[in-house]
Design a binder for this molecule. Structure first.
Ligand code: ZN
Length: 177
C-alpha cells in the first residue's frame, strides 16, 4: 500500500485524518462499491486487460479473482460499520486506514473490471426459481435505470443484491470443502 502524503491544506478543512480531497475520494468509492460489488459477484471469471494473462472460463480456479476483489471490498465495508458516520471513521487511526484501503480496492477493481454495457451471463450462481445456471446480468437501459438479473430459462427476475448474496453462499460453501 502506498502511503499518501498529506497535502498542506487549511487544517479546519480536514476530515479527521483525511484531506477534503481524500474524503471525497472515499465517498466516491463507497458510491461505486454499491453497483461494483454485485457486478463482481455476477461476473465470475472475466479476463482483465492488465497482466495479459488469459484465464479461460473453464479454468478450474476455485474462486474467480472478481470474487476475491468483491469479498475484500465487502470485508472493508463491514469493518467500517462500527462507525456510525464516515467522518468518525476518518477521525480514527484505524478507521482512516480502512478508508484508504477501501478506496484503493474499489478504484483498482473498477479499473480491472469495469461494469459491462452489454448483457453478461452469470456464472456459478443459480436461479432461485428454477435452480439452473441461466441468469443473465443486464446493464441499465438508460441513465437512472436499474440493473436487472433475469433467468433466461424461466424468466425469473432477481436484483444484483440477490445474486451477490447467493454468490457469498457459494463462496462459503466452497470454503468448507
Ligand atoms: Zn430460472
Amino acid at each position: 500500500m502506498t502511503q499518501d502524503t498529506y497535502t498542506a491544506v487549511d487544517p479546519t478543512e480536514m476530515v479527521g485524518h483525511l484531506t477534503p480531497r481524500q474524503y471525497a475520494r472515499l465517498e466516491r468509492a463507497i458510491d461505486t462499491a454499491r453497483t461494483l460489488v454485485p457486478w463482481l459477484y455476477a461476473a465470475g471469471h472475466i479476463t482483465t486487460e492488465q497482466g495479459g494473462r488469459t484465464k479461460r472460463a473453464e479454468a478450474p480456479l476455485p474462486i474467480p479473482a472478481t470474487w476475491v476483489a468483491a469479498h475484500t471490498i465487502d470485508d472493508l465495508l463491514n469493518r467500517l460499520q462500527p462507525w456510525d458516520d464516515l467522518r468518525d471513521a476518518a477521525a480514527d487511526l484505524q478507521g482512516q486506514w480502512l478508508c484508504r484501503c477501501l478506496w484503493q480496492e474499489v478504484e483498482s477493481a473498477a479499473r480491472n473490471w469495469p461494469t459491462e454495457e452489454k448483457p453478461h451471463k452469470v456464472v456459478y450462481v443459480r436461479c432461485r426459481q428454477c435452480q439452473r445456471l441461466a441468469l443473465e446480468w443486464q446493464p441499465p437501459q438508460y441513465a437512472g435505470d436499474d440493473i436487472r438479473v433475469v433467468c433466461t430459462v424461466c424468466g425469473h427476475l432477481e436484483t444484483p443484491e440477490m445474486v451477490a448474496w447467493d454468490a457469498r453462499l457459494v463462496i462459503d460453501e466452497h470454503a468448507r470443502h
